[in-house]
Design a protein around this ligand. Structure first.
Ligand code: CU
Length: 126
């Protein structure tokens, strides 16, 4: 009997550990990586900002803006999400002079949760 109980307790603990560790990871669309990369310095003005998320996005409720140090928007039009790559969002950029730029993203994941975030990158000598 004692041995059986300890096995049941061990199995219950393993299940609880699995539930608590995996479910948060699967939830929400977090920024996986970008190009230009978060906090990077690029030598010339990039034509497009690419953002890759950890989950597929709802295009109608997902957006990104890129602004310069004065707060002026430098993205050329709105973000697009190619159906063949539903966890990737791109936005065209105007010609960017050297400086620091802020990317602000707001996405709705297919799991119905909204996440937001921002980061900087630089153009020209860092
Ligand atoms: Cu979620």
């Amino acid at each position: 009997m004692g041995n059986m109980n300890s096995k049941i307790i061990a199995a219950a603990l393993a299940l609880a550990a699995t539930l608590t560790t995996t479910s948060p990871l699967l939830a929400h669309a977090f920024l996986d990586h970008s190009d230009p990369a978060v906090g990077s310095t690029v030598p010339t003005s990039p034509a497009v900002m690419h953002l890759w998320f950890t989950q597929e996005l709802e295009p109608a409720f997902s957006s990104v803006t890129v602004s310069d140090q004065s707060g002026a928007a430098v993205n050329d039009g709105s973000a697009t999400i190619d159906p063949s790559s539903p966890s990737e969002m791109t936005v065209k950029l105007k010609s960017l002079p050297p400086g620091t730029y802020t990317v602000k993203w707001h996405v709705l994941s297919v799991d119905t949760h909204t996440t937001t975030g921002d980061f900087n990158f630089q153009v020209g000598k860092g």
